[in-house]
Design a protein around this ligand. Structure first.
Ligand SMILES: [Zn+2]
Length: 426
């Protein structure tokens, strides 16, 4: 699922210049719709304003070669786009209103010429994005919407031509001067109201991994991680809400993208007592299977954990955002390690959860592992990342798709949450 496998290390070490989409940042982005099953969780109930249905992208094409490449996308109505470049890796990011991508002939949008990879999808409830990964630095020779059939078909035409690395960097510097330096999709702050915490009640944040433009891992039979984490996350949230004095909040309850920073901020705004991030990734080691519970540590417990943290931390980059700077991550984690208590609680929950999960499902060898996962770095909130299994393993993929299996896991997670908070309940 990673677009740039050979370059991971240099990528991660690189400083990511911040390019902004700030001119089109919507004021909003509440990420979850209310789920009737979760009536007890008030924070998920913030309603989005009614909007017109998304534009449909029904055709697209990439044509040309390494000297000149044209992309076009056909829509059912006139919409406005904005675009900006990012480097390390080089990308063209195209933002527009909500779009449904229904390419009639997907083979026509296979990367070629100056385009090395194409990704598209929702980035917030009110914004969709196309991320064009570039084979080398390019400039835009044309970027415009033309009417193909009156009132019915509109086409975004994008012409790319090679340019030098210096000119590309210069262009990005100019963009930054114009648009500012905020790479966040949504502005931080109080876009979700903080609920007043009630004594004797605990707030649990369930965080279904990936979403929207970031599909996460892909299984051998085609399962998308973002769908699996949402389905399992909903069940887990529902079971926890029913298991005790728990207010459960989901970071997302539909198919939208959330940056790693937003997930952490969501938990902090809601004064969460526990964060459970739900995943089902792939590993190069296809034989590896079974549930694993990860906590935060500066140094990875082992090679698998380190591999996973690198791939998880790429989520922002995949969506055309800046990756967190490595030194920031390390620094935050160092600060985090001084918060000994949190880290002790995280490990304690991890131990309880592993014990509970083991009664129901297959566990990996050494199921309690740790690495530098950005999504776990809220210093004041015990946080774990659960890999339900691995989509790179055929057996795991089949099981994880079964509703009964998901129910069983959700039950065990809810029991673990009860066990964990029992000492703090009257
Ligand atoms: Zn994942």
């Amino acid at each position: 699922m990673i677009a740039y496998p050979g370059r991971l290390k240099s990528l991660f070490a690189a400083l990511f210049l911040t390019m902004s989409a700030s001119l089109c940042i919507p004021a909003l982005a509440v990420t979850s719709k209310p789920d009737p099953a979760l009536d007890k969780s008030p924070a998920t109930a913030t309603q989005l304003p009614q909007r017109q249905p998304p534009a449909v992208v029904f055709a697209g094409r990439i044509a040309g070669d390494a000297t000149s490449t044209r992309l076009f996308f056909d829509f059912d109505r006139k919409i406005d786009f904005s675009s900006f470049f990012m480097e390390k890796p080089d990308r063209l990011v195209i933002d527009g209103p909500p779009m449904l991508f229904r390419f009639a002939e997907p083979e026509l949008i296979k990367p070629r010429g100056l385009v090395s990879f194409l990704r598209y999808g929702a980035i917030t409830a009110q914004k969709s994005r196309i991320v064009v990964s570039l084979a080398r630095p390019v400039k835009l020779n044309r970027f415009e919407v033309v009417e193909i059939e009156e009132g019915k078909i509109f086409r975004l035409v994008v012409d790319l031509a090679p340019t030098g690395p210096a000119a590309f960097r210069q262009m990005i510097a100019e963009q930054r001067a114009r648009f500012g330096a905020s790479g966040e999709v949504a502005s931080k702050g109080d876009r979700v109201q903080v609920s007043n915490k009630q004594p004797g009640r605990f707030t649990i944040v369930v965080d279904p991994g990936h979403g929207g433009i970031d599909g996460g891992a892909k299984g051998i039979s085609g399962t998308r991680e973002k769908d699996l984490t949402l389905a399992a996350g909903r069940k887990i949230a529902e079971k926890i809400a029913a298991a005790g004095p728990f207010d459960v909040k989901m970071t997302r309850n539909d198919d939208v993208f959330l940056s790693l920073g937003e997930r952490v901020a969501f938990a902090q705004r809601n004064q969460a007592d526990l964060v459970i991030s739900v995943h089902a990734d792939t590993l190069r080691q296809k034989w590896v299977r079974g549930a694993t519970v990860y906590t935060l540590s500066k140094r990875a417990s082992d090679e698998l954990a380190s591999q996973l943290a690198v791939s998880e931390n790429m989520s922002d980059l995949i969506a055309g955002l800046d990756n967190p700077k490595e030194e920031d991550v390390v620094q935050d984690i160092l600060a985090d390690l001084t918060a000994r208590e949190t880290s002790v609680f995280s490990r304690s929950f991890s131990r309880i959860l592993v014990g509970r999960l083991g009664q129901k499902v297959n566990l990996i060898k050494n199921p309690q592992r740790s690495a530098a996962f950005v999504v776990l770095k809220a210093p004041e909130i015990p946080s774990v990342l659960v890999e339900l299994g691995y989509l790179s393993n055929r057996k795991d993929e089949r099981l994880m798709n079964e509703a009964e299996w998901q129910d069983g896991v959700a039950d065990q997670v809810a029991r673990a949450v009860s066990d964990f908070f029992k000492p703090r309940m009257e």
